[in-house]
Design a protein. Structure first.
Length: 92
């Protein structure tokens, strides 16, 4: 038989935001459960689509991973700048 759990708050996801929210609630005296769903890790082979032009001797294709703890485990120091088209206001 499954164990029955109870808490004041249920936080979905243990990534950066989920962890910070759970910590703040717990420090305020609330009981908190964090729910993390498992998902299959996709077989992902990045292909160059011309969107990102990398300069330098060591191009690095971005990867994707599903992991407990969210994207904080695999951000790989990738903080790409927006391209001009991403900053245009949608006029439609």
């Amino acid at each position: 038989m499954a164990e029955e759990l109870s808490a004041d708050y249920l936080v979905i996801g243990s990534g950066i935001i989920g962890s910070l929210a759970a910590r703040k609630l717990a420090l305020a005296g609330a009981s908190v459960l964090i729910l993390v769903a498992t998902a299959p890790h996709p077989i992902y082979q990045p292909k160059d689509n011309g969107y990102l032009v990398q300069a330098g001797p060591y191009p690095y294709p971005a990867e994707y991973i599903r992991q407990f703890g969210g994207a904080s485990w695999h951000w790989a120091a990738q903080a790409w700048r927006n391209v001009p088209n991403e900053l245009r206001k949608n006029c439609n």
